[in-house]
Design a protein around this ligand. Structure first.
Ligand code: CA
Ligand code: CA
Ligand code: CA
Length: 235
């Protein structure tokens, strides 16, 4: 070895030492590094993918829930619309009825409890009295309670009421077709159907006799007598 040769060989050795990536172990390290990077990228990619999928499923679930809720709201909305329409119809019907009542019940009519009453100024036979009530959209009064009986008695007039036995003698029927049960307010010894006296004739219609006491004031009398009358319209 000459000195020059030794220096050359040092230079070569040094140059091999600096270029480490050209050695097989260096290449393997680079490959390993790249593999790590690829794996990391794969893991990140998969995480993002499944994250998005999971989020998508959640969105789908809440979309379905919202759709259901929307359908329920639509159903209750249409139910409420129907109810509103029904209520509007009822309101219109009641307001029409109120207007009608105000018109018909304003003059000559008075209210007591749940009915309107019309006391006539003139006198007629029972049938004509009833006709007048029917024309007024009412009928001869039907007495349902002590209070009603006392109210009518206190009008202080002999009046026709809507009770008759003209179909079958002794079977008393109200003008609405119901038979007389209770309450009943006959005067003592009434009904007597004229007591067999020809001057009274057959007595098939009923008056409230004003000279009696409130709870014992009904009398049967000839339907051809002329009396005031009372019409009743139930509210
Ligand atoms: Ca009544
Ligand atoms: Ca009779
Ligand atoms: Ca009588």
């Amino acid at each position: 070895y000459s000195k020059t040769c030794y220096q050359r060989s040092l230079i070569i050795c040094d140059s091999v030492h600096v270029q480490w990536w050209k050695r097989p172990s260096g290449v393997a390290a680079v490959c390993l590094g790249l593999l790590c990077v690829l794996l990391l990228a794969g893991i990140i990619g998969l995480s993002v993918y499944y994250g998005v999928i999971g989020h998508h499923d959640q969105l789908q679930a809440s979309y379905n829930t919202l759709t259901k809720e929307r359908d329920q709201l639509q159903t209750s909305n249409s139910n409420l619309t129907k109810e509103r329409d029904q209520l509007q119809t009822e309101r219109d019907f009641l307001s029409g009825r109120l207007t009608h009542l105000k018109k018909t019940c304003s003059e000559g009519w008075q209210k007591f409890e749940s009915s309107w009453y019309f006391l006539s100024n003139e006198t007629k036979i029972w049938n004509k009295s009833r006709e007048d009530c029917l024309k007024r959209g009412a009928d001869l009064v039907i007495i349902n309670s002590d209070k009603e009986q006392e109210f009518l008695f206190n009008l202080n007039k002999a009046v026709w009421i809507g009770l008759t036995d003209s179909v079958t003698e002794g079977t008393w029927i109200w003008v609405d077709g119901t038979p007389l049960t209770t309450p009943r307010y006959w005067s003592p010894h009434q009904p007597d159907n004229g007591d067999g006296k020809p001057e009274y004739g057959e007595e098939d219609c009923v008056e409230i006799h004003k000279d009696q006491s409130p709870r014992t004031s009904w009398n049967d009398i000839s339907c051809n007598s002329k009396l005031n009358w009372i019409c009743e319209k139930v509210v």
